[in-house]
Design a protein around this ligand. Sequence first.
Ligand SMILES: O=P(O)(O)OC[C@H]1O[C@H](OP(=O)(O)OP(=O)(O)O)[C@H](O)[C@@H]1O
Ligand code: HPA
Length: 190
Amino acid sequence: MLEILKKSLKKAPIVKRGKYPYFIHPITDGVPAIDPKLLDEISDYIIEYCDMNVDRILSIEAMGIPLATAISLKTGIPFSIVRKRQYQLPDEIKISQSTGYSKGELYINGVEKKDRILLVDDVISTGGTLRFLVKALEKKGVTISDIIVIVGRGDGVQQLAGEGIRVKTLVDIAVSEDGVSILEDTGETN
Ligand SMILES: O=P(O)(O)OC[C@H]1O[C@H](OP(=O)(O)OP(=O)(O)O)[C@H](O)[C@@H]1O
Ligand code: HPA
């Protein structure tokens, strides 16, 4: 199950961003290239595993976009993108983004209070990005059917679980300066 994803993760190179060992992978970086077979494998799995009874898929710029596109094409469900750019639309929600290696702002547009959404992203590490996003969506009154993330690393999933936010991952990994290893049977979907 998810063999293309696991095989490709084991080959991911590591670079240091400050002290943070950052793995580089097609799904999390678009580098070196996204194999359509990989996207196909992942999107089929998500459609099978998640509650797809939703009005909208919500993804986060940048690397949530190919995932949401693939799922949208297969299901006919439209998707919105949480952007790093401000639009100054009347209902825009600004949130802080904090990862293991960066800080910035994200801007939510295109979701309505009555919406039921599937939230999809490429990777969770500290959980900083999803924490603020989920809280802002809940405050707006949006219903989140599932939060699905392709790769789990670090303790973000556990941290958020402790705060009542359930994140499903397809594959969990450990990352060191030497490379990526797959943690079998630790993710909720494995
Ligand atoms: O759990 P966290 O520590 O918050 O890290 C996860 C976030 O980090 C990446 O965002 P980034 O803005 O770096 O990525 P991208 O523009 O390459 O998608 C990724 O897409 C997640 O949104
Ligand atoms: O190690 C990583 N690689 C790619 N994207 C990421 N987002 C958070 N951590 C990482």
